[in-house]
Write a protein that binds this ligand. Structure first.
Ligand code: PLP
Length: 396
């Protein structure tokens, strides 16, 4: 633990901004590359989404950044948690999250996954087909299930409805089967896809789920009490992404039409964490090739920038040097693989070896998909403001 000069300013839309002296101080203290996680921005994002979706219980989906500091920060904010794997169960358990604040939402599970979550005390699970429902027959006195419904969204980067979810027209039959097996179905869930472009996608899915809920009652089955509207809330990688309050306006309108007895929950991942992490990497070496200077960093596509392959997110990448003439340059990662190039074309000042590159908006789907290919060590995470707002404590 060490005291650190205050981060001078940050811009919620564009992520944590770290100035050159501060970046140099962090690298001197903790080495390079770094992922700097500011828990104050986790709080800011959580509160922004909560005020955009009042009366919706936000379950942070651990998948984009499964870090204990994020979990403890959100727990103190009153958040709930969306778990998908045994590792995520172990993480929330290790930091003391009460199990009744969690749900397990992986649509396809082994028996060991079900029993592991149950042993912790998490007893809400997601299913999307009869084979999966039948896995719960032996646990029927302990569990309540959500049925995941598929609403395809071909325009998003990750259309999760391709891989998971039952067709809306098959939902009632599936619920009927579960009922016959004596298994309680608590409600419906969906995920419209990550970094979704318009809140209207959710509004459409909510109204279709409302129809399914009415059809369930008409079929003489017990009424559903929960609607889980999933994750997918977008962050401003680019300026045209709307702010979250505006984005959620159609969602609020659609939710207002549901019966008041329905508890609405959501599973935000990216929105909560994307802005909170800034990457600091160092120039290892340089060469002029084809008239352009190539700068080789100590972090790259097989490390913190893996999202450039898996996620296509648009990080904001710049030199810590803000002055000086700029030249068209290439920014490459450290490994010996030719695809390990972060930017083919980027305007940068003339850099020396050891100079720093600072990239913002790197909290979601970055370090969690990093590898240590070629034995290049993954970036060290440095946590700021973990315990309380404005407390200047760092823990590596
Ligand atoms: C990945 C995932 C999330 C989080 O999605 P974001 O786009 O990061 O908000 C939520 N729920 C489920 C089931 C997921 O698989």
């Amino acid at each position: 633990m060490a005291a650190l000069a205050p981060i001078t300013h940050f811009d919620v839309c564009n992520g944590l901004v770290i100035e050159k002296p501060q970046a140099e101080q962090l690298v001197a203290q903790f080495g390079s590359p770094l992922m700097v996680l500011d828990c104050d921005l986790i709080r800011t994002q959580y509160r922004a989404l909560q005020s955009a979706l009042p009366n919706v219980d936000l379950h942070y989906a651990l998948k984009p950044l499964p870090h204990p500091a994020v979990v403890t920060t959100l727990l103190a904010e009153g958040a709930y948690f969306d778990l998908a794997t045994n590792g995520e169960v172990d993480l929330v358990q290790s930091v003391g999250v009460p199990s009744e604040r969690t749900i397990q939402t992986h649509p396809i599970k082994r028996d060991i996954d079900i029993s592991h979550a149950l042993a912790y005390g998490c007893n809400v699970f997601v299913v999307d087909n009869l084979n999966e429902v039948e896995k719960f027959e032996k646990y029927k006195d302990q569990v309540e299930l959500l049925v995941r419904v598929s609403f395809p969204n071909p325009e998003v980067l990750a259309d999760l409805s391709k891989k998971f979810g039952c067709l809306p027209e098959d939902a009632v039959t599936l619920i009927q089967h579960a009922f016959e097996l004596g298994i309680r179905i608590k409600g419906l869930s969906f995920h419209v896809g990550s970094q979704t472009k318009s809140g209207v996608k959710y509004a459409d899915a909510i109204s279709k789920c409302h129809h399914i809920m009415m059809a369930v009652i008409n079929a003489g089955l017990p009424a559903l009490s929960t609607l889980d509207i999933g994750g997918g809330f977008p962050v401003k990688y680019t300026p045209e992404v709307p702010n979250i309050a505006d984005f959620c306006a159609p969602i609020r309108d659609a939710l207002a039409k549901l019966p008041e007895t329905v508890r609405v929950i959501a599973e935000p991942g990216r929105f909560i964490v994307a802005t909170a992490v800034t990457n600091i990497a160092s120039v290892m070496g340089q060469a002029v090739r084809g008239g352009k200077t190539w700068y080789y960093l100590d972090d790259g596509l097989y490390g913190s920038f893996s999202g450039l392959m898996f996620d296509e997110a648009k990080y904001q990448i710049d030199s810590a040097l803000t002055t000086g003439e700029r030249f068209m340059s290439v920014l490459a990662g450290p490994t010996c693989d030719s695809i390990d190039v972060i930017r083919e074309e980027i305007m940068l000042p003339k850099l020396e070896n050891g100079d720093l590159i600072i990239s913002t908006m790197m909290g979601a789907y970055t370090s969690c998909t990093a590898t240590d290919f070629n034995f290049f060590k993954r970036a060290t995470t440095v946590v700021l403001n973990e315990t309380a707002v404005n407390e200047l404590i760092v823990s590596a």
